[in-house]
Design a protein around this ligand. Structure first.
Ligand code: GLU
Length: 495
């Protein structure tokens, strides 16, 4: 017998920005589909109308595109199993509700929120699992009519039988939940909207999903969903629940740990391929992978079985390290393209019209960039009106030997500009600077002061960049030019 086609889905609810944990779920599904010739479906679970917004949905799709995760069916593409937004599938959920009403697997429940809350509190006091105890389970027709006449609009609850619900999880092995611990759950709200569990089962069935790959926080939902599959007479898909991303305290990764959404990392200047790799590597989903792999290689290496059972600790430093390593490998020209939004965000739009200068700066600072957003700080260094002399740099500049060296450098530079714009008939240099001139200048300062190495270079760096670390000085000189260098030396000497 040939195995049925693999069809997996990512089913986010656009009620917030895409969390890296959810992005990882999307990635696992995508890698599984791409590695097996299956289909990857994107389904928008937007039945929570109060919290869903079009902007969150738009950002979600945009973040997936940015990560390079594409879908075969879903919003913007369509497909034979659509529509792919739950809010557009409401009639289907109503049909399925009718089916369950006819087979008496569900009943209307008229309890108010206050009554349910009182029941929950009572169970907690009695040290029992809070759940619905079935008050409306056996109402007669006339009792239902009376409650309806009071203006109560019912929800629909599923009758959960006692006994174990078992399934084999592809990652976690055999699982069992007890029906009595679940209680009769809501499948359709009083607004007519399906609950998450109900809509998911119907969609997974009609979209012919073969494998449900999602976080282990959905394990108990799976038990509930299996009951619905059976009641509707359908075969459930296979399930695989992966461990969640945690902070270093092993608690689920949340805002209190720092950045958690793809968007935040994106705007902080993490490269998409780096985030993709990092999420794939996290928790040891791949063995022995230490470097950046292409999406194609990740697909080839991915295996559901190997996907870690253990928690995946999110280590931002490692992510930054990977980002830096990858930025260093970029061709300067391509990196400059990637940096455009960050140059703009830092307020240097004008620089975008001077491509050569931009690439010159990028080449100079490339090795110093941890994130793309770091470019802003370096652009300040090259802008006379924004560069500042930091306290540590000032402390160096104020040393007697340093001042001497800076005075000599200023005088040498001054002579250089005079000579070049003299009446020898040659065109003036107009502030130009290159590596040879830089070497000659530093050599002259060294000769006259006897300073070498750090003692020679540090004061110069401190004076012309305002900092103690940064790009190579010869490149800084070339990018600044003599006019700017002179101004900066004067400013340092005036301290
Ligand atoms: N909308 C659900 C969520 O975002 C989907 C869970 C599932 O994959 O079934 O958590």
């Amino acid at each position: 017998m040939t195995s049925p086609k693999i069809r997996v889905r990512f089913a986010p609810s656009p009620t917030g920005e895409l969390h890296v944990g959810n992005a990882r779920t999307a990635l696992f599904n995508w890698l599984f589909a791409r590695g097996s010739g299956g289909a990857f479906i994107l389904r928008i679970e937007d039945t929570d109308q109060a919290r869903t917004t079009p902007a969150f949905e738009e950002n979600l799709l945009d973040d997936l595109h940015w990560l390079g995760i594409d879908w075969d069916e879903g919003p913007g593409i369509g497909g034979a199993w659509g529509p792919y937004r739950q809010s557009e599938r409401l009639a289907l959920y109503q049909d399925c509700l009718q089916k369950l009403i006819l087979s008496d697997r569900v009943y209307p429940c008229y309890c108010t929120e206050a009554e349910l809350e009182a029941e929950r509190t009572d169970l907690v006091v009695r040290r029992m699992m809070p759940r619905y105890m079935g008050k409306c389970r056996c109402l007669t027709e006339s009792e239902r009519r009376r409650l309806g006449a009071e203006g109560r609009v019912p929800v629909w609850r599923f009758r959960v039988e006692e006994g174990p619900i078992r399934f084999d999880d592809l990652i976690r092995g055999s699982m069992a939940f007890q029906g009595e611990a679940i209680g009769d759950f809501v499948i359709v709200r009083s607004s007519g909207m399906p609950s998450y569990n109900f809509a998911v089962v119907i969609d997974d069935h009609f979209m012919e999903i073969s494998h449900v790959i999602r976080g282990e926080d959905h394990l108990s939902n799976t038990a509930t969903q299996i009951l619905l599959f059976r009641a509707l007479g359908w075969e459930p898909p296979l399930f695989a629940h992966h461990a969640l991303i945690t902070g270093d305290d092993h608690a689920k990764l949340s805002k209190r740990h720092g950045a958690v959404s793809v968007r935040e990392f994106r705007w902080r200047g993490i490269l998409p391929e780096v985030l993709l790799n990092y999420l794939a590597l996290l928790g040891g989903s791949f063995s022995g992978v230490q470097e950046i792999r292409t999406a194609h290689e990740l697909c080839r290496l991915f295996s559901l079985n190997r996907t870690g059972r253990g928690g995946a600790v999110f280590d931002e430093e490692k992510l930054l390290w990977l980002n830096r390593a990858y930025i260093r490998r970029y061709e300067t020209e391509n990196l400059a393209d990637k940096l455009i939004p960050f140059v703009r965000a830092a307020g240097y739009d004008a620089l975008l019209r001077e491509r050569n200068r931009l690439e010159g700066i990028v080449a100079a600072v490339q090795d110093n960039l941890m994130t793309l957003a770091d470019i802003g700080g370096f652009l300040d260094l090259f802008a006379d009106e924004r560069y500042r002399i930091g306290e540590d740099a000032a402390a160096i500049i104020l040393g007697a030997e340093a001042r001497k060296a800076l005075q000599i450098l200023r005088d040498e530079l001054f002579l250089l500009t005079r000579n070049c714009s003299g009446d020898s008939g040659t065109a003036p240099l107009e502030g130009a600077m290159n590596q040879t001139i830089f070497r000659n200048l530093v050599h002259a300062v060294s000769e006259k002061t006897g300073l070498r190495g750090k003692k020679l270079y540090m004061p110069i760096r401190a004076a012309v960049t305002g900092r103690l670390h940064g790009p190579e000085l010869d490149r800084v000189f070339a990018l600044l030019g003599t006019d700017s260098l002179l101004k900066r030396l004067e400013r340092a000497l005036a301290l």
